[in-house]
Design a protein around this ligand. Structure first.
Ligand SMILES: C[S@@+](CC[C@H](N)C(=O)[O-])C[C@H]1O[C@@H](n2cnc3c(N)ncnc32)[C@H](O)[C@@H]1O
Length: 307
């Protein structure tokens, strides 16, 4: 999540991405445009393909970035589809950034239905009005799926109990608003939930509704293949599961031999696809977290494609 004014770990992103010359960079999660602006201001002739699946984010960033307009191309869509863009296919990317999750703008707007504030109609779709929303997910998902989502994406120890409570409740009352989900959570916890309890469960539903893990599974290798030789991919994650997916992907791509263990002799010719630049995950500095509390859970990793 980013503040609209200060992009999360902006200094680290610039250092690792190193935008220069007339490079062509992907910002796959444009949001308020903070990172895109930093990239464009770091080099005079470079350009950014700025992608967001939220048409509202594109609309607002277009205005915010108007003075830099000639060097940005906005694309309303998913970052996992950006590698299929004709210019990306023809030219390749000189660097790519993913700053995952939701923007503070999305979270703060009750009409978008992400928040656990009272009376908010549940929605949580990042792409506006396309596809099933949170209400439909809570109404239709099986008890097993709900339990898996609460456990895996929400790290909820009482995931089964909460799933059972949602299924019981939805038989008599539609899961329309934040209040119904919070009420189910209260019953499963046996106490009134803290802000952190609510945040974890609402985050879990959001990750499921927007298929965020699937986006990473498809998007990471697709963007890797679109990078020019020596180009860097930077990913900022806010959830341990996402961070693990990024870490494992980067580790896998940095191995020099990718033959399956049962193959006695290396047949892959043992050349790593690239190298991980962040041996240890990077976290925001204390003063950044003080200025922008939403940076608190950020974890940044970077990988460079072999030259
Ligand atoms: C944390 S915000 C990005 C903030 C941005 N870096 C800035 O400086 O303002 C994440 C943004 O990514 C978008 N997003 C999330 N998943 C996406 C996906 N698969 N494809 C495209 N955009 C996505 C969200 O709609 C949201 O606007």
């Amino acid at each position: 999540m980013s503040s609209y004014h200060e992009p999360v770990m902006g200094r680290e992103v610039l250092e690792l991405l190193g935008p220069t010359g007339s490079g062509f960079y992907l910002d796959g999660t444009l949001g308020g445009g903070g990172h895109t602006r930093m990239i464009l201001e770091a080099c005079q002739d470079c350009r950014v393909l700025a992608v967001d699946r939220d048409p509202e984010a594109i609309h607002e960033a277009r205005t915010a970035l108007a003075p830099l307009r000639s060097r940005v191309r906005f694309l309303s869509g998913r970052f996992q589809d950006a590698p299929a863009d004709p210019e990306v296919r023809d030219r390749g990317l000189d660097g790519a950034l993913l700053d995952l999750g939701v923007s503070s703008h999305q979270l703060d707007d009750d009409a978008r239905g992400f928040a656990f504030r009272r009376g908010v109609a549940l929605d949580m779709r990042m792409n506006g009005a396309e596809g099933p929303d949170a209400r439909r997910f809570l109404a239709e998902a099986s008890e097993e799926r709900l339990a898996q989502v609460f456990r895996d994406f929400g790290e909820e120890p009482r995931a089964r109990r909460l799933a059972r409570e949602v299924v019981k409740r939805r038989a008599t009352e539609p899961m329309e608003t934040s209040d119904t989900l919070v009420a189910a959570l209260s019953v499963s916890l046996g106490r009134s939930p803290s802000a952190q309890d609510k945040a974890r469960i609402f985050q879990a539903v959001r990750i499921a509704v927007n298929e965020e893990m699937e986006a990473l599974d498809v998007g990471l290798p697709a963007i890797r293949d679109a990078l020019c030789d020596g180009a860097v991919m930077v990913v900022i994650a806010y959830h341990s599961l996402e961070d693990r997916a990024v870490k494992n992907a980067f580790r896998e791509w940095s191995r020099s031999c990718v033959c399956p263990p049962e193959v006695p002799l290396c047949t892959c010719r043992g050349r790593a696809l690239g190298e991980t630049l962040t041996r240890k995950v990077l976290r925001p500095a204390d003063d950044e977290v003080e200025r922008n509390p939403r940076a608190r859970s950020a974890r940044l990793r970077a990988w460079r494609r072999a030259a």
